[in-house]
Design a protein around this ligand. Sequence first.
Ligand code: NAD
Length: 513
Amino acid sequence: MSTTPHLYGSHSPVSRPTVRLLIQGEFVDSRSTELHPIVNPATQEVLAQVPMATPEEVDAAVAAARQAFVTWKATPLAVRMRIMLRFQALLREHLSRIAHVLTLEQGKTLADAEGDIVRGLEVVEHACSVGTLQLGELAENVANGVDTYTLRQPIGVCAGITPFNFPAMIPLWMFPMAIACGNTFVLKPSEQDPLVTMRLVELALEAGVPPGVLNVVHGGEHVVNALCDHPDVKAISFVGSTRVGTHVYERASLNGKRVQCMMGAKNHAIVVPDANKEQTLNALAGAAFGAAGQRCMALSVAVLVGEARKWVPDLVARAKKLSVGAGDSASTDVGPLISCAARERVEALIARGVEDGAQLELDGRIPSLPGALKEGNFVGPTIFSGVRPGMSVYEQEIFGPVLCIVEAETMDEAIAITNANPNGNGTAIFTQSGAAARKFEEEIEVGQVGINVPIPVPVPLFSFTGSRGSKLGDLGPYGKQVVLFYTQTKTVTARWFDDDTTAGPVNTTIRLH
Ligand code: NAD
């Protein structure tokens, strides 16, 4: 692995690079003795190790952010926007180099790794127009000589806690918009794959983000809890599992912080028999098995309606053609799962599906792979038919390349099944009927809807609008919603007097009528 020297510290005790923290503009060694290995999931090669930051280091990062806020909040808009312009240019320039690091530590294919970075880059591009996004409103002469207007002011130190599955896109959902709005930031990347996140952070500094405005601490539960409890952290953005997100939401909210948590999913696709069969089968295979199913917007349930129930053999044939292997091989469609524990969990859930009576149409367990890849965390595409609510494979987020097929007689039944599931991240319909699509978008209770689009993640002109069990907090990442999340609206009611006004004492209440 090619390294950027200042991101890494001492090579003891086992001569592996140790990832540094970023505090007050300096990449520094952690004093922690608790180290977590960062492993190439295709081969088990240990790439580096990451320290679990100490409480003092978390405090130092927050203190640096708090101090930097004093000058950063007063830094002109144009300066903030220009830094984001430089940052997006640097990300584009280094795209393939960063994608390589991402594939090495996360496992996804190089094409998916580039997609991961580009989706985040689009948010940075959007942050370049923060001037327009952060504009307040003004109503002139709301009463005699009185104007009312709003200011959207930064709120202070914000923190971000990110998952392993999009180690570029999700940090980029968070810190660029928070910083562009005038806040300072403490980022806690996933301890499973922080290397690519550190490359992004390094480029942000190169783009001109001043010392203390962006800080990074590594760690797990203790560091997250310290951020949730810290009195100087004003807002927390979290993306990860429902279990941890619920904990973060409750703990940080009780401490009076703003919190937005994007969490787990079980995304249903409804297939109406009038859908274009070829396109639908390709879309289902790509969305269920791509990135080894480790996407919060992966399609993990296909609800086949009426005659579409006969498409199962064609879907199985399509899935069998996908090639399993290391992400850095051009022929790979499905890379490894992030860890041995993740592979064991997915394999156990597949076994549970069989016990529960679902029909295992395609079994991806223990695929045959050559050489060093024999050690990797691979599970190939897996398909169950005859899945029903109540079965473990249906109730749990598997987060692996496993597609559950549920059958429905009618579209009404398919919509009812989808709405009865507690998650609400994404959903899709495949149909050629405008009327069916319109009925679906009206009646489906899921925040992100695809019509012949399997993974309907909105571009940053809009916001990420997962809903129900997949989200806690009102405002989602990026787009207009995140500007509201990262700012406090202050409403000013102002009256100015001419010099020659000879009024008596100023009335403190303004008569609006
Ligand atoms: P995770 O919840 O295990 O970890 C997320 C973050 O929380 C990490 O930074 C981790 O260090 C920290 N963490 C882990 N355990 C903790 C604990 N006990 N207390 C406090 N913090 C803890 O999630 P993951 O496995 O990294 O990511 C996969 C999950 O993320 C899936 O459920 C997926 O659906 C979800 N996800 C959701 C979205 C979305 O937008 N809705 C996007 C991506 C991923």
